[in-house]
Write a protein that binds this ligand. Structure first.
Ligand SMILES: [Zn+2]
Ligand SMILES: [Zn+2]
Ligand SMILES: [Zn+2]
Ligand SMILES: [Zn+2]
Length: 329
């Protein structure tokens, strides 16, 4: 069962084509916290490892106090390092090899998948693990180049799975055939299920962003998979936004929402250029946006973004504050 807190503001609805998605379970006022989500796994990207703690994701100050002796993972404190030790020992020696850029995006998502697989090995029946398995993979929408990449990454993950004693879940023949049909080489069931898992990660994980204190664009620092958050569909004019609070993400409404309405977050930074948004959504998130504004409607008056710096706004008691420039609204 899903734990949808607080107080039943959201519930799941089902669409035959697009799967499960969140709708409002009651009328909700703007600024209401509707869901708290903890990632099943998260990683800090290569460029940020030395400044963000790989366990709790807070920026280190001062940086590099606690660093793994064998790799570039670093931690803000002895506690975080100790807490991460059991899992990190499993992943540390297992780096992506082959024809992939050493510090690139592929090795970042490889690292995230290792963490998901460790969780799935330790807690196979955990509800969060089940959500990951049941997520959509949009496999048919990936290019041949991408599916080739997934195959090569899956082969390496397969070795990792063996090293940690991972047991693959039931993977029905129909699912297997769907994946196999894109390849001329014969896949093993485990390879096919890992290819699907990679595609699930690619279309459902979140980029993690710093709050900057100046007016620069947001900076990414990592990737995370939030099991409950995958049920928010995208709109370029969302009615829900989110911010990081410790190691969790809190989701809140940015406009009043009526009972039964779909709940949307934006997978993108704000842009008024419809052409540009559609292109990024297609390339990076693998779907054609059919949201209100992409269909020609006006942007609604929402408190999603700061009108000063386009940083994310967050509700405080009786007012809103920009998480970047701290402007009140
Ligand atoms: Zn930490
Ligand atoms: Zn290490
Ligand atoms: Zn759109
Ligand atoms: Zn701002």
């Amino acid at each position: 069962m899903l734990h949808l807190e607080p107080e039943g503001y959201v519930k799941l609805a089902q669409d035959p084509l697009y799967g499960r998605y969140f709708v409002a379970n009651q009328d909700i006022k703007a600024g209401q916290k509707i869901l708290v989500s903890t990632p099943i796994a998260s990683i800090v990207d290569h460029a940020s490892k030395h400044i963000v703690c790989s366990k709790c994701l807070t920026s280190n100050s001062p940086p590099n106090n606690f660093k793994c002796q064998e790799c570039d993972y670093s931690y803000c404190s002895k506690e975080c390092m100790e807490m991460d030790k059991a899992d990190h020992t499993l992943e540390c020696s297992f780096k992506l090899s082959g024809n992939f850029p050493d510090q690139g995006y592929v090795s970042d998502y490889f690292d995230l998948l290792k963490r998901i697989l460790i969780k799935a090995t330790k807690f196979p029946s955990d509800p969060d693990v089940q959500i990951v398995y049941s997520a959509v993979d949009n496999f048919s929408s990936f290019s041949n180049e991408k599916t080739k990449e997934f195959y090569n990454v899956a082969l390496q993950l397969e070795q990792f799975c063996q090293s940690i004693g991972y047991k693959m879940p039931d993977f029905p023949t129909k699912e297997f055939n769907r994946i196999q049909s894109r390849y001329s080489v014969e896949l093993s069931p485990l390879t096919a299920s890992l290819v699907s898992l990679i595609a699930k990660e690619e279309c459902n994980s979140f980029g993690l962003y710093y709050s900057t204190t100046n007016k620069e664009p947001r900076k990414g620092y990592g990737l995370a998979f939030f099991p409950t958050a995958i049920f928010f569909n995208h709109s370029c004019d969302p009615n829900v936004s989110y911010y990081k609070s410790n190691n969790q993400y809190e989701f809140f409404t940015v406009v009043p929402v009526k009972k039964g309405e779909s709940l949307y977050i934006s997978y993108l930074d704000f842009s008024t250029n419809t052409q540009e948004r559609k292109q990024i959504l297609k390339q990076v998130f693998h779907f054609d946006c059919g949201c209100r504004v992409c269909n020609g409607a006006e942007f609604q008056q929402s408190k999603w973004l700061c009108d000063e710096c386009k940083g994310f706004m967050k509700p405080e008691v009786e007012q809103w504050i920009c998480t970047s420039c701290k402007k009140l609204n």
